[in-house]
Design a protein. Structure first.
Length: 396
């Protein structure tokens, strides 16, 4: 019964995570765009930093941004916070359902570290908590006032974390945890800094006092950080669909390089919102992506040990029967798996042939399968399987 419920729970949480994530990211992107397009009006209200007229959906909208706060608090004030909270809550629950409940399969890689389930979960939580503490400490330090310096140091911290995580957990879990560290810092910004500062401003106004402008500047700093961290988080969260990335021998370095691409792309858009066009930066981000791709392909080819002799299908059939069909069968025998993943029944030779390229990615290039390498598939066996696929994946 539990085995039947868990996939549906995962679906519900993943769906909720995507919905709330879209709402949060959309609001973040919109307000950064709005800030970039606010224009000061000559002879206007001196308390107003700028304003913007816009048209959408058949209606006209007039936005005004105050230097600190309006003279009087409006009767209706919308707070953008629940999008962030529910994105993190749904994401953490998804982490627990997949990687904590299924730690032996999805989180732990005993070829790297022979962790117990409690140890693995403890390390996971420690990375999330310590990641936020380091980030918050950097923000409050003198370097927090220098955007480029802060960004470089925080990037270095995350790169080191990525390297460490790929040596502790399974590759896919490691990538997801880097994203979770950043996502936790982002929502903690909202919960501990942005919303409390806004509440202090509102409280000052209700008390008839002038709000402290430093509160708004601090909140804006964290909001801008969140904006730049969004695309790297999205990359980490979708990475488990691309085994050539997570399973690369230099996966942590690729994650760092592609994250830089995300930051550069976000900066291109932020400049564009202010009316500036930087084609050089856009080309540079594309160049980094292409260069990282070529390096990854070259490293992968050098790492593979491909037998030069023709691999008979009987050898492959024996390997698949030993390592794959407990899950990939019409009636899986693996505990907790009631339906073959992706509907692939590898007891059928024709299915093996038709999905050879997918097997190459998952079992040879990335070593993602078998999950957690439960069956102890060796590098020689993977190389043999890869050679059979590259030799044409013949089944006769």
């Amino acid at each position: 019964m539990i085995a039947d419920i868990v996939p549906w729970l995962e679906l519900a949480l993943r769906w909720l995570h995507v919905i709330t994530g879209i709402a949060w990211i959309g609001a973040s992107f919109y307000f950064v765009w709005l800030d970039g397009n606010i224009r000061k009006v000559e002879g206007g209200n001196p308390l107003v930093a700028g304003e913007l007229w816009a048209v959408h959906g058949g209606g006209f909208y007039h936005n005004q941004k105050y230097l600190v706060a309006p003279a009087q608090l409006p009767p209706h004030l919308h707070w953008f916070k629940y999008e962030a909270y529910f994105t993190w809550i749904s994401g953490f629950l998804l982490l627990a359902v997949i990687y904590y409940i299924g730690a032996d399969i999805y989180l732990i890689d005993r070829a790297k570290l022979a962790l117990s389930v409690p140890e693995a979960i403890g390390i996971s939580l420690a990375f999330l908590i310590v990641g936020w503490l380091i980030y918050d400490g950097l923000c409050r330090s003198p370097m927090g006032k220098d955007g480029p310096v802060f960004g470089a140091v925080w990037f270095l911290v995350l790169t080191v974390a990525g390297y460490a995580l790929t040596r502790i957990f399974s590759d896919r879990a490691a990538f997801l945890h880097v994203g979770a560290i950043v996502g936790t810092a982002m929502v903690a910004n909202v919960f501990f800094i942005i919303i409390p500062n806004q509440k202090k401003v509102v409280a000052s106004m209700l008390a008839g006092e002038a709000p402290d402008p430093r509160l708004g500047l601090q909140a804006k700093q964290r909001s801008l950080h969140n904006n730049y961290m969004t695309l790297p988080v999205l990359l980490a969260m979708i990475s488990n669909h691309f085994p050539m990335l997570t399973g690369s021998p230099i996966n942590w370095l690729l994650l760092a390089a592609l994250s830089i691409c995300g930051v550069m792309i976000r900066h291109v858009f932020n400049l564009r919102h202010r009316g500036e066009i930087n084609y050089g930066l856009a080309v540079a981000s594309a160049a980094v992506f292409v260069f990282a791709t070529l390096i990854a392909i070259d490293v992968q080819h050098r790492a593979e040990q491909t037998p030069s002799v023709q691999v008979p299908f009987a050898t492959v059939r024996a390997l698949v029967d030993k390592h794959c069909i407990m899950c990939h069968a019409a009636h899986p025998t693996h505990a907790g798996i009631s339906v073959a993943p992706a509907g692939l029944d590898f007891t059928r030779d024709a299915v093996l042939h038709a999905n050879a390229s997918r097997i190459l990615l998952q079992a040879v290039m990335s070593k993602t399968m078998p999950l957690g390498n439960e069956t102890g598939m060796t590098d020689v066996e993977r190389a043999t399987l890869g050679a059979w696929i590259r030799q044409g994946a013949h089944i006769k």
